[in-house]
Ligand binder design. Structure first.
Ligand SMILES: C[S@@+](CC[C@H](N)C(=O)[O-])C[C@H]1O[C@@H](n2cnc3c(N)ncnc32)[C@H](O)[C@@H]1O
Length: 530
């Protein structure tokens, strides 16, 4: 029997049938099929944003080359782990105008792997969960919790083939993983998911524990992946504070916002802070970036990243972006709504500005003729005075000062609560909205999203956008971005914004990477028109 197809990597992404039909209608069958296939693979480039406040692009390239060559670098330990993965890699400075501080490192793949199959002597195997496999495809190792099943008699040091169990249809019409953790594999067709795992082999590795150890331990590396389908460099812990690994569309999003020194910027859904720190760097740390997120722990992550990158102009708050506009009775300021009739906005829309990057589409909505009054409020000081802190929070803070940090404040820091901000109080607002994330890759399963769940994302995003519009000053800029391919969360939001807020218009964006956005309409079976 020819089993070369079985021990290969040729996944087919599963979608909810209605969602698939909707995307095919939006993109066309061929284009959607290419998108769907591309989503199953990692990007062949790693993208590094250089922290130009601490170092230079040339310096980073030199250091990375030194690490690869393992030439007396103080990061020798890391070097040895990076080296193997970078042998085929090339490092280059971005040629995109304005993005000279971005470095690309090329990976390779997909590679064909010889799993050593011989008739009647199948290789020893490990099955991992889908999430684990997606991480492995991005360059991670196989950690103990990700292992679902393992051949009998696997000992430490054995070479194992690694495949993935992807969700399958269940009898009740849903999707499930019908495999019990700890299952013993026989290498035969009676193994769980035997046929379903055909074409889902993601590489070969060395078992770091015996089979018993893998299922007894609660943490640690189970399989050291030495032979991968995709070889991507891993820069975990390398040049900390000097570089930040970030997808190119995220870097472009910060550029689209075009922050200017001294401005006051709001990042409405900021954690873990990738775009916040990109904006602060573009400001050269001069101005104020107010970064909010609704999760306390995630706000702490932003603080940690800002400290690591040496950025001081970032102020963080825990805040629900749906309540980002301070209520009138909590403010002394008279709200100066930017949609008041007195504001004489000019709407200019060019077809050019509809060319949105698909992975992270963004619009810059600009009121061209607004007043710039909020500029003078900007300083490099923390913007605590601009946010309302309740009496309860003040009491809590005093208690904390007396008693020291609580369990959640183990870093010594804390996330200040905010009750929101005054209307028109920001020069620019980034709304990097929570979304269906259907543009993130590699992805091995996509059928969990339904038409209804996609529509709910859209509703949530529109409510957030309604807040963003109020917070930006007349003449200011809003950038909206997602990491999904769902037009209902991208182009449809842009349509909503322009229809509902006549004073908004699309603004040019630099740099512009990718093609134009989609134009059209879709009528759902329930009559809903998008
Ligand atoms: C796409 S991620 C943001 C990524 C971030 N901008 C970056 O570049 O690192 C979306 C974030 O929105 C946050 N979020 C979701 N709902 C929120 C809400 N109602 N208010 C504030 N943040 C929210 C999530 O906690 C998550 O961190």
């Amino acid at each position: 029997m020819d089993l070369s197809g079985r021990y290969s990597y040729s996944p087919l992404l599963r979608w909810n049938p209605q969602v698939e039909e909707y995307f095919i209608r939006a993109y066309g069958a061929d284009h959607f099929s290419r998108i769907s296939k591309a989503l199953t693979r990692p990007s062949c480039y790693s993208c590094i944003r250089v922290n130009t406040l601490k170092t230079t692009t040339d310096d980073v390239i030199q250091k990375l080359l030194a690490i690869i060559q393992n030439s007396g670098s103080s990061e020798a330990d890391v070097a040895s782990s990076v080296k193997g993965r970078l042998q085929n890699g090339t490092i280059s400075e971005s040629q995109i105008p304005g993005l000279e501080y971005v470095v690309f490192v090329k990976g390779s793949g997909p590679h064909t792997i010889d799993y050593g199959y011989e008739p009647d002597k199948p290789p020893k195997e490990v099955i991992v969960s889908r999430k684990c496999a997606e991480a492995v495809l991005r360059g991670a190792q196989v950690y103990v919790p990700g292992v679902m099943a393992c051949s009998s008699h696997v000992e430490k040091g054995d070479v194992v083939a690694v495949s993935v169990a992807v969700e399958q249809p269940t009898l009740d019409g849903g999707w499930g993983l019908g495999i019990t953790r700890g299952t013993v594999l026989q290498g035969s067709q009676t193994d769980p998911y035997y046929f379903e795992r055909s074409g889902l082999y993601i590489g070969q590795g060395t078992a770091m524990m015996s089979r018993a150890g893998i299922f007894r331990a609660s943490e640690g590396i189970a399989v050291d992946m030495h032979n991968r389908i995709f070889q991507l460099p891993s820069f975990y812990d390398v040049l900390e504070g000097e570089i930040f690994l970030q997808n190119l569309p995220s870097i472009v999003t910060a550029h689209a916002l075009d922050p200017q020194k001294g401005e006051r910027i709001l990042d409405m859904c900021a954690a873990p802070g990738g775009k916040t720190t990109a904006i602060a760097s573009l400001l050269r740390d001069e101005g104020e970036v107010v970064a909010v997120d609704r999760s306390h722990n995630k706000v702490m992550d932003i603080q940690k990243l800002a400290a690591e990158m040496g950025l001081k102009c970032i102020t963080t708050y825990k805040l629900d972006a749906l309540k980002a506009v301070r209520r009138k009775n909590e403010s002394n300021d008279e709200p100066n709504m930017c949609n008041s009739k007195d504001n004489n906005y000019i709407t200019s829309q060019t077809s050019d500005s509809m060319k949105l990057h698909k992975e992270v589409p963004s619009i810059a909505a600009e009121g061209l003729n607004g007043d710039k009054s909020c500029k003078e409020k900007v300083s490099n000081e923390k913007g605590v005075e601009r946010t309302y802190v309740s009496k309860a929070d003040t009491r809590k803070n005093m208690r904390r000062m007396r008693n020291g940090p609580g369990r959640n404040q183990c870093l010594g820091g804390r996330a200040e609560n905010s009750k929101g901000f005054s209307p028109n109080s920001f020069d620019r607002v980034l709304l990097d909205a929570p979304c269906s994330a259907l543009g993130l890759r590699p992805r091995l399963f996509a059928a969990e999203e339904t038409i209804q769940s996609l529509r709910n994302h859209g509703k949530y995003q529109r409510r957030m956008f309604d807040q963003a519009v109020q917070l930006v000053r007349p003449g200011g800029i809003i950038v909206y971005s997602t990491c999904t391919i769902n037009p209902g969360e991208n182009e449809a939001l842009v349509r909503y914004a322009l229809d509902r807020y006549k004073f908004l218009s699309l603004a040019p964006q630099h740099p512009r990477i990718g093609g134009p956005g989609l134009v059209g309409r879709y009528e759902f079976p329930d009559g809903y028109v998008e």
